[in-house]
Structure formats: structure tokens, C-alpha cells
Unconditional design. Structure first.
Length: 280
């Protein structure tokens, strides 16, 4: 049986067995989404999804991480949560707080930090096996709510998530029919970004990988900040938005309805300008 079919079966089984997941999936089908346009070619969607409040506001400093059990380690996951082995070192899990249809979390079995170097090949292999999905990575300071445990995520493709470079934020695109060529080019980009941020253990970045027209596609979003200043404001000036790969691609997630209601085009432009790093 193909991996994508196994995942379809996993979703069906988990929704039957796990009431929390069933409710979350039903809620996702009715989330509010609004669209902002810049001309005919550029659009950004904003989603209101209250289930993401824990992730959006997660404390990811070293002290906070050390004080909580890792929710991606097997012993701490819900007993009802089951998964599918991948490459004998990952487990594919249904995400109980979805922001995308068929939202998956794919952690390593071992508890090691969120670092993408040398693992892009795994992303591309997964993208090849899941042609209807995008695979994405949030760096430890770029949207990952579990920076202490390496994991990928995935969800069904949509046009907004496959958008490359635009005038609001930077995106480096690597495409090739050769998986190895994409990996090699990524290593070059990684080294360049590391030279721009030599004090970081990993350059600030988000990644989205998918296969389209028999080519491996890797979108790299270089970052210069984890969260915009609006995240730390108080009262009416606050926008509780903590951008990850999905937000950088063009689907901004708001966990509070007040933020969804008041966000404007100017806010979106400003947020991208604060967190996206120019690559020129």
C-alpha cells in the first residue's frame, strides 16, 4: 500500500478513536478566512483558528523548554495517538491542532534539537511519496513550538502555500529533477545564510518542499526575526502572530478573533518586513 493511502486510513482511524481530533478537524472545515490582494498576482490569506493559541503563544526560551515534558516524545504523547513509521527513524502523526487539511507532524524517534541540516533529503523523499502534500519545516526560532525535538510537518497542497518570491518577503527557490542537486544547492544556501548570521546555531529560516511536474521544489524563506514587534505590544496594538513556514508562504494564522478582525494590509506588509531577511 502506498504511503499516502496509509495516511488516509490513519486519519479515518484516528478521527474514529480520538474525539479531540474529530472536533478539531470539523472546526477546521469552518474556520474563517479572508483574502488580501496586491494587484492580480499577489494575495495573502488570513485564517482565524483559535486552536492555534497554544502554538502561537508558546514560550520557546531555553528555561521554558527545559521545564515542560516534550510533547513529541513517545512517552508523552496521548495514548490514543498512533502513527506510521517513515524511514525507520520518524513517525508520521496526525496533528491534533490542524491549520491545514490532513495536517501531519513527523518527529524523529530520538529527542534531538530542531536542526534541518543534513535532513533536507528526508523532506524531499517524503514530498516524493506524498504528491498531494507540501512538507514544511519551522526553524527553532522561526515558528517551531518544539525546538528541542526535530520534526517536520505536512498538509495538503494549495496554491497559496506553493507561492514563491513576492514583493512582501524573500523566498529562494531551488527546483530540479534531481533530489541530490536540490540537497547540494540547499547546502550552498545554508552556508551563505550562516555567514549572514554567524552567531546562530542554525540560520533563521523556514522551508517548504513539494514535488510538482516531476520536479523537486524547495522554497527557502530566510528570516531575520522570530516574531514581529506587534506580538509583544499590549492592548489594541497587539497582534498575536508568530510566523512559521505557512505564514511565510502566504497563509497567516491568527489565533484570536480580534486579531483576525483588525489586521490590515499595512500590518501584513509591516510584519513581513520585520521577519523576512533580504537575500540581495
Amino acid at each position: 500500500m502506498q504511503l499516502q493511502q496509509k495516511i488516509d486510513q490513519l486519519f479515518t482511524q484516528q478521527q474514529n478513536d480520538w474525539e479531540q481530533l474529530k472536533v478539531a478537524v470539523e472546526q477546521l472545515n469552518h474556520v474563517k478566512v479572508k483574502e488580501f490582494n496586491w494587484g492580480n498576482e499577489l494575495k495573502i490569506d488570513v485564517q482565524f483558528n483559535s486552536a492555534r493559541i497554544i502554538s502561537a503563544s508558546a514560550k520557546v526560551d531555553k528555561s521554558s523548554i527545559e521545564k515542560r515534558p516534550c510533547f513529541l516524545c513517545e512517552e508523552n504523547r496521548p495514548k490514543v495517538q498512533s502513527g506510521i513509521s517513515f524511514l525507520d527513524k520518524y513517525i508520521i502523526l496526525v496533528n491534533p491542532f490542524p491549520i491545514l487539511p490532513k495536517h501531519l507532524t513527523i518527529p524523529l524517534h530520538s529527542h534531538v534539537p530542531q536542526r534541518i541540516r543534513r535532513k533536507v533529503g528526508d523532506m524531499l523523499t517524503l514530498a516524493e511519496l506524498l504528491p498531494d502534500y507540501i512538507i514544511f519545516y519551522n526553524g527553532p526560532k522561526c515558528g517551531a513550538s518544539a525546538p528541542d525535538h526535530f520534526h517536520l510537518q505536512a498538509g495538503l497542497k494549495s496554491p497559496v502555500l506553493m507561492t514563491g518570491e513576492n514583493e512582501l518577503r524573500s523566498c529562494l527557490i531551488i527546483e530540479s529533477s534531481s533530489k541530490q542537486e536540490v540537497e547540494d544547492h540547499f547546502e550552498d544556501v545554508y552556508q551563505y545564510l550562516h555567514s549572514r548570521q554567524p552567531d546562530e546555531e542554525e540560520p533563521l529560516l523556514n522551508l517548504i518542499a513539494f514535488v510538482e511536474n516531476n520536479k523537486y521544489m524547495l522554497h527557502i524563506f530566510p528570516r531575520k526575526a522570530h516574531r514581529p514587534k506587534q506580538f509583544f505590544e499590549e492592548g489594541k496594538r497587539q497582534l498575536l502572530i508568530s510566523p512559521g513556514a505557512i505564514d511565510m508562504a502566504g497563509l497567516i494564522i491568527t489565533a484570536r478573533e480580534e486579531d483576525f478582525d483588525k489586521i490590515k494590509k499595512e500590518d501584513i506588509e509591516d510584519i513581513y518586513s520585520q521577519v523576512s531577511m533580504s537575500i540581495i
